[in-house]
Structure formats: structure tokens, C-alpha cells
Design a protein around this ligand. Structure first.
Ligand code: R5P
Length: 296
């Protein structure tokens, strides 16, 4: 369906996949929308079965499902297919964390552009697409014929860190310094980024470009924490440089392979938003997503 075909309606239903149930509920509350019940089960061979209960005919439907790990992608595609048969007025697909966004180019002939493949599959049955703090903005152009929007989670992270009393916001590298600057603006504190310097085969120094962390309450902010390797290295160095307290914060807590335990061993606190629901989730991006849906 094309965006210019979307009829206007005042009635909205949120359909939450099993990866994003809590965010879907929060979003429905923010939008004043209904929350459809979705039954999700697995066949003995682990294929997904689902059924959306309720009458969505004539409704604006908002599907919420994070696309990580892979089984959640299949569930999203099945949710989209089920919704498409229910006579809705329009469909907005929200993938709070857009998995595969880091695979946005091919390095060798014969490889897929994985982010593009996923964008094309999602685009087939939606009018709008929303994600949060997408890793590479260029990915959004692959949602062809779809009103695609990248929502920022920085206001939530900044507001949260202000309450925590953060005194300095750091990006783990220069590439993400804008994120740290936006977050620090909300906190009302300084920001900087870490510079890596290889001293020898085993030792890499990471120091803030301009500021001194000594005695300060520091927050390291990244879009994604996956293995935790980046933040663990940064936190160890900052501790040696005299940081008083170290908080690791990300929008998307992927936390692969026991990353939370590794992070908690070197950081005082670890927090993430609810784009991926996990034990460190302390902030919701629901209000930013709701605002974007209502503005469009
Ligand atoms: C990289 O460009 C991202 O912004 C993150 O810094 C990265 O994905 C973190 O990965 P890991 O937690 O595995 O070090």
C-alpha cells in the first residue's frame, strides 16, 4: 500500500509482537489506542504460529516488534501478513531496534546488503516504518514507497542521566560524538569522545579528546552495546584515569554472549532503553515514537 492511499481514521490499535510487548503496551497508552491481544506459539520444529485476536477492520494499526534476534524478524513478517488480511485502514510498522542495520554494505562480491534485504521485506506490507536511533541513517532510504522515519532516543537517555547526576557524557569514538553531544545538551553537562592510541601489540589507550575524567561521574553513551567489548575497554581506561563513577548507557541493549555481566564487572551501572527489552532496561522510547506517529 502506498502512503498517499492511507485514509484518515481516529481509531488506532497497537499490535505488539513477543519481542516488544512492554513497549507496545506503553505505546498504546501514550497514543490512547487499543492493544490487540496476540497469541504467539511455536510448532515442534520451532516455526512460529501466531494469531491476532480482535477486529482491526477500518483501524489504523501499529505493529511493534524488534527485529533481533532472527526469530523475531519472522514473527514480524507474520504479524504484517496477518494484519494485511484484516481490512485495516493503514499499517505502521515499528521496529524499535532495526537489526542488521550494521550490515549496510557489502565488502566482497557475492555478499548481500543485509539491511536492504530486511528493509525490502518489511516495506512490502506497510505504509509507514519507524525505528529508533538507527545505526546507519542511509538504511532508511531502502524502505521504498514507505514513509520511513528514524526516531531519536537521546531525549530519554539525556533526561535519565540528568536524574542520575551525570557530569560528563562520552562517546566511545568520534563517529558517534554527535549522539553524546545531543545527550549532554539534555543533561546540561560537558561531552567528549574517546580517542584510541595503540601503544603496543596488546595495549590500546583510550582517552577523552579534550576533557579530564578525574573525579567525575561519567556516562559512556553508545547506540548499540553488543558484545560489550567497546564499553568494557573504555570503562577500564577511564577508571585508570580517575573517573569517580562510570555508567554505560545505550539505546539498544543487544548484550550478546554474557555482555551484561562483563559490563557490570567494570561499570557502576548499565542501562538501556526498551527498544530491546532486557534486565538493564530503564527508559522507554514510547513517547518519542508516539509523538512521531501523531505528527505524521
Ligand atoms: C559501532 O559502530 C556501534 O556504535 C557500537 O559501538 C558497537 O556495535 C558496539 O559493539 P560491541 O558492544 O560488540 O563492542
Amino acid at each position: 500500500m502506498r502512503t498517499d492511499d492511507v485514509p484518515s481514521t481516529d481509531s488506532m490499535q497497537v499490535v505488539g509482537g513477543s519481542a516488544s510487548r512492554s513497549l507496545a503496551k506503553e505505546l498504546a497508552g501514550q497514543l490512547g489506542a487499543g492493544l490487540a491481544h496476540v497469541e504467539v506459539a511455536r510448532f515442534p520444529d520451532d516455526e512460529c504460529y501466531l494469531r491476532i485476536e480482535g477486529d482491526l477492520a477500518g483501524e489504523e494499526v501499529v505493529i511493534v516488534q524488534t527485529t533481533c534476534p532472527d526469530r523475531n524478524i519472522i514473527e514480524l513478517l507474520l504479524l504484517q501478513d496477518a494484519v494485511a488480511d484484516l481490512g485495516m485502514a493503514s499499517v505502521t510498522t515499528v521496529a524499535p531496534y532495526f537489526g542488521y542495520a550494521r550490515q549496510d554494505k557489502k565488502f566482497n562480491e557475492g555478499e548481500p546488503v543485509s539491511a536492504r534485504a530486511l528493509a525490502r521485506a518489511i516495506s512490502a506490507t506497510t505504509d509507514r516504518f519507524l525505528t529508533v536511533d538507527v545505526h546507519a541513517a542511509s538504511v532508511m532510504s531502502w524502505f521504498e514507497g514507505v514513509d520511513a522515519h528514524n526516531v531519536s532516543g537521546h531525549a530519554e537517555i539525556g533526561g535519565f542521566l540528568r536524574e542520575q547526576g551525570a557530569e560528563l557524557v562520552l562517546s566511545p569514538d568520534e563517529g558517534r560524538r554527535d549522539n553524546a553531544e545531543h545527550v549532554a545538551e539534555v543533561v546540561g553537562c560537558d561531552s567528549d569522545f574517546l580517542v584510541k592510541e595503540r601503544l603496543n601489540g596488546e595495549t590500546v589507550m583510550m582517552t577523552p579528546k579534550s576533557l579530564d575524567v578525574s573525579g567525575r561521574k561519567v556516562a559512556i553513551v553508545d547506540d548499540i552495546i553488543s558484545t560489550g567489548g567497546t564499553i568494557v575497554r573504555a570503562a577500564e581506561q577511564l577508571r585508570n584515569q580517575g573517573a569517580n563513577e562510570i555508567t554505560a548507557v545505550c539505546t539498544h541493549g543487544v548484550f550478546a554472549g554474557g555482555a551484561i555481566a562483563k559490563l557490570r564487572a567494570v561499570c557502576d551501572e548499565v542501562y538501556s532503553t526498551d527498544t530491546i527489552e532486557n534486565p538493564t532496561t530503564a527508559m522507554t522510547v514510547a513517547s518519542q515514537i508516539a509523538r512521531t506517529i501523531q505528527e505524521r
